[in-house]
Design a protein around this ligand. Structure first.
Ligand code: XUL
Ligand code: CO
Length: 438
């Protein structure tokens, strides 16, 4: 079955003048930038679910893709066949990292015991494939939102037995991630929210979530997993109100449970826009709060108000995001996961390659732009001079917690002049960005 991609040769870097649609024009994995290779900076990952599990169905119609491994029963043989295809794809794309949910890869299970056994089976198989190809795991996760048992939430379910099932899934997915050498583990609270307040105890549910994430962290330390744990914020969809709506909300939640040094965030730009923010706002917020982790690089559609999970193609948006990611120190355990799917009419093997080649080339260009912006950091220099007053005198005293309200009031009265407004230079700064986007 892995013959599905046989007509596509391994993708190589050919440079921007190449006319080959199946070559990288900008993604030159070994190119050095700021002391690291492009591959080390970006840590690109391909996701299992959108590429190898989804058959093109939507709420109005069934699957449209012609993938030979779809259809039939999801037993161990077909789970292995899907793994063969996935690793064949990774290898032809140059062995980026990969990401997966437990149920993406394993054979379907009817009971908790079968769940554990089927996951263990495919983890063995994946381990073999990783060894053969050199592909690494960026992060693992558990899908606790698709099965009907989770319709009212996983850890936030009114029924503690559902939370126990969620515990079983996370325990085993976390251990699988650890065993496969994953750099991180993601908790996306798919249904950790509510549809109507009429049937919901909001305070109780948040307490359940707080205890659950604390138990995940305890287990991480117990098994010696050295990777990171990241919560992926999203304001709504599938539930109307999600408890992890954006980076700021997640930070407040982590603080409330003493987890702010244990758990970070996996930011997805379309989740940011659904929350009324832009991509770089969420990145810089996470930097400011010390919880930046990883990115699911995709985009929404500006005219649609839902999560369209499209491959990224906006050079300016991604240049800005990478500028702030680099300003924050760059990726450590995190990376650039494409949590994105081709459109429903893009049904061929070729489309999966066009999508990933384009997205990797886009990030390569955005990275080069961001590096150039940092090397001649007009934005940073402007911000530094704008806030220079806080480095000494009364400003510093206030930040150090040594000034009083009264003292500051007296200072004002002594000077007896209203501070002069200063230009924020927005248009100049926007020009700096426009010039850098190449
Ligand atoms: C859903 C989403 C998920 C998470 C992993 O919007 O982004 O795919 O990334 O569960
Ligand atoms: Co995501």
């Amino acid at each position: 079955m892995s013959g599905y991609f046989d007509h596509i040769d391994p993708i190589k870097f050919e440079g921007k003048d190449s006319d080959n649609d199946f070559a990288f024009k900008y993604y030159d994995k070994d190119k050095m930038l700021m002391g690291k290779t492009m591959a080390e900076h970006l840590r690109v990952a391909v996701c299992y679910w959108h590429n190898f599990c989804w058959d093109g169905f939507d709420v109005f119609g069934g699957g449209t893709f012609n993938r030979p491994w779809h259809g039939g029963s999801n037993d161990r043989t077909s789970a292995e066949a899907k793994t063969d295809v996935a690793f064949d794809f990774f290898a032809r794309l140059g062995n980026p990292f990969f990401t997966f949910h437990d149920v993406d890869a394993m054979a379907e299970a009817q009971t908790p015991r079968e769940h554990v056994d089927n996951l263990a089976h495919i983890v063995d198989y994946i381990e073999g494939k990783m060894g053969e190809t050199g592909t690494k795991l960026l992060w693992g996760t558990a899908n606790m939102f698709s099965h009907p048992r989770f319709m009212a939430g996983a850890s936030t379910n009114p029924n503690p037995n559902v939370a126990a099932f969620a515990a079983l899934q996370v325990k085993h997915a976390l251990e699988a991630t650890h065993r496969l050498g994953g750099a991180g583990y993601v908790l996306w609270g798919g249904r950790e929210g509510y549809d109507t307040i009429l049937n919901t105890k909001v305070g109780q549910e948040m307490e359940q979530l707080g205890r659950f994430v604390s138990m995940v962290v305890e287990h991480k330390h117990k098994i010696g997993f050295k990777g990171d744990i990241w919560i992926e914020p999203k304001p709504h969809e599938p539930t109307k109100h999600q408890y992890d709506r954006d980076v700021g909300t997640v930070y407040g939640f982590l603080k409330a449970y003493g987890l702010e040094n244990e758990v970070g965030v996996n930011i997805e730009p379309n989740h940011a826009t659904l929350a009324g923010h832009n991509f770089e706002h969420e990145v810089e917020m996470a930097n400011a709060l010390g919880i930046f982790g990883s990115i699911d690089f995709n985009r929404g559609d500006p005219q649609n108000g839902w999560d369209t999970d499209q491959f990224p193609n906006d050079l300016r948006e991604n240049t800005m995001a990478l500028y702030y990611i680099l300003k924050g120190g760059g990726f450590k355990n995190g990376g650039s996961n494409f949590d994105a799917k081709v459109r429903r009419q893009s049904r061929d093997a070729d489309d999966l390659f066009h999508a990933h080649i384009g997205a990797m080339d886009l990030l390569a260009r955005a990275l080069e732009n961001a590096v150039a912006m940092i090397e001649n950091d007009k934005l940073g220099a402007f911000r530094d001079q704008r806030y220079a007053g806080w480095e000494s005198g009364l400003g510093k005293k206030m930040l150090d917690g040594k000034a009083t309200l009264e003292e500051m009031s007296d200072y004002c009265l002594d000077k007896n002049e209203s501070p002069a407004p200063v230009s924020g230079r927005q248009e100049y700064l926007e020009n700096v960005v426009t010039q850098a986007v190449k």
